[in-house]
Design a protein around this ligand. Sequence first.
Ligand code: ADP
Ligand code: G6P
Length: 457
Amino acid sequence: MRSARRIVVVANRLPVTRARGDRDGWEVSPGGLVTALHPIVRAREGAWVGWTGSADKSVRPFTHESISIRPVSLTDAEIRDYYHGFSNRTLWPLYHDAIRTPEFSARWWRCYHEVNRRFARAAAAAAREGDMVWVQDFHLQLVPSMLREARPDLRIGFFLHIPFPPEELFAWMPWRSEILRGLVGADVVGFQTFSDAQNFSRLARRFLDLEGTDTTLLVGRRKVHVGSFPISIDFDDFDSVARRPETTEAAAGIRRATGDRKLILCVDRLDYTKGIDLRLRTFEHMLDRGDVSASDAVLVQIAVPSRENVPDYADQRVEIERTVGRINGEFSAPGQVAVHYFRRNLPREQLVAYYRAADIMMVTPLRDGMNLVCKEFCASRPDGGGVLVLSEFAGAARQLRRALLVNPRDTDGTAAALVGALRMPRDDARQRMAILRMMVRRHDVHHWAHEFLEKLD
Ligand code: ADP
Ligand code: G6P
């Protein structure tokens, strides 16, 4: 049964962001959070509290596609300390298995605290009596408790889109108790996987001295539910775009333009957690060994620019571009470029055309809370074709068992899986895809929101 309560989403980013270099333009914000939540909030005509993505002084509330948009302003110093600093240089690497070394700065932490207070105030002002407020992601972990203080009448949910680290890593955090205390202000604290939820419950019991189990914590007399809610996509939306004749034509055009070779597709935010450089090196190794050649296969990497002011992201871009150059210099032939690299944000229709054109989709993050790209690929294959090669370290691997699962750090193992995908008999590939599609269709984003909001209600 669908809840009648209105929902107010509170997320660092609004679903639309100031367009680059255009003070008056807006574009859809990048990343999985917005992809997943946008259709949910739109269907419920809810409100969305978030940042515009630039240092706007103050932007008035407005309505976008039936969503009441409530902008929160950040100064340049806050963008530096709260967003680039504590969110992207402390929390992001720490929560992703410390793939890069997290940096701990007391100034960034103070700013994170202040900005969380501002979001909590904005949420308290946007919520009407009886609303459900749904706080999102690692940027806003203190908001649930701050909001509860101001508005004890509200039902408050929190969902973390990225992994929650195990005890050995979370214990590094100098402000670990404060963060845990912030989170237990919610009535429901949701994670992508069961082990993320378990990590959190155990840490909350240890560092906050709470009573409880893996699924319920007692905070005074209040019960906090802890659970896993694997996020997903709007299956029907991708499926229907993929079925359009224009999409089929565009997919055929992409295949012609890449020389009708086996097309290996990779689509990611340009983030070091996505394993883009390692994947390219695996492909290079395969070309070198003669497992594949540029005359029979092409790798297309589409990467959307992300967090470019953070040094590790700038380094990752340089590393990727250097590797692409080296591979093409060594292995391309006239009219047969080994790697096509596009660093840009594609409109949904074009992205789906690429998904439809691909023989193989390679999604090989070193760590990922869920990963929506692999689910989008399955939803975009109503023709039943395509093989998915998926990292074990994406949350999605727990659901998409019929993908070819790989450890991206194991070059030979990943190469063997890719060769297996290139040679897979058609019937086997179609059978796998049918099961993957059924899984994504059943567990779509509406199912995810329904499960979470039912619990919260
Ligand atoms: P993350 O949340 O870490 O960005 P996900 O895989 O969960 O990773 O979500 C990424 C989202 O961004 C997906 O909806 C995907 O379609 C979108 N995306 C990634 N790369 C591009 C691109 N180059 N152009 C357009 N959309 C992209
Ligand atoms: C991931 C995070 C989101 C974030 C997105 C894009 O999906 O979980 O919270 O919005 O990446 O990153 P950005 O820093 O550009 O908002």
